[in-house]
Design a protein around this ligand. Structure first.
Ligand SMILES: [Zn+2]
Length: 115
């Protein structure tokens, strides 16, 4: 079972993302991966932003880690201040008219299956 993506409302205008492991809100963003394509395109534009460096290339979707099976996707890496040495990825997938989100550990496992 995957861990739910949860937020806490810190004000009426903003929410903060909660750690999938400890449920605290002290997450730090890291690498950002963008998987850009039109529906069912064989190739995607894969762009990674890491510490101010940008790498972008066109690759086959089939060999990518695109969270979406048919459309666009986004992965944001996080570290939690309370969960030492554990990195998480927030995976965002376009699925038809929906935007789906789930957590994954950097080793490929979802947080719900680790405990
Ligand atoms: Zn945590």
């Amino acid at each position: 079972m995957k861990a739910q993506v949860r937020v806490d409302n810190i004000s009426t205008n903003r929410s903060n993302l909660l750690c999938p492991s400890c449920n605290e809100g002290y997450l730090h963003q890291g690498i950002v991966e963008v998987f850009n394509r039109q529906e069912d395109d064989e190739n995607i534009r894969y762009t990674v932003v890491d510490s101010g460096n940008i790498h972008s290339q066109t690759i086959p979707n089939a060999v990518s880690n695109n969270p979406s099976s048919r459309r666009q996707g986004l992965i944001i890496h996080f570290e939690c201040e309370h969960c030492q040495d554990t990195e998480f990825k927030l995976c965002i997938a376009q699925h038809k008219g929906l935007t789906l989100m789930d957590w994954e550990y950097d080793d490929g496992n979802d947080p719900g299956s680790k405990s």
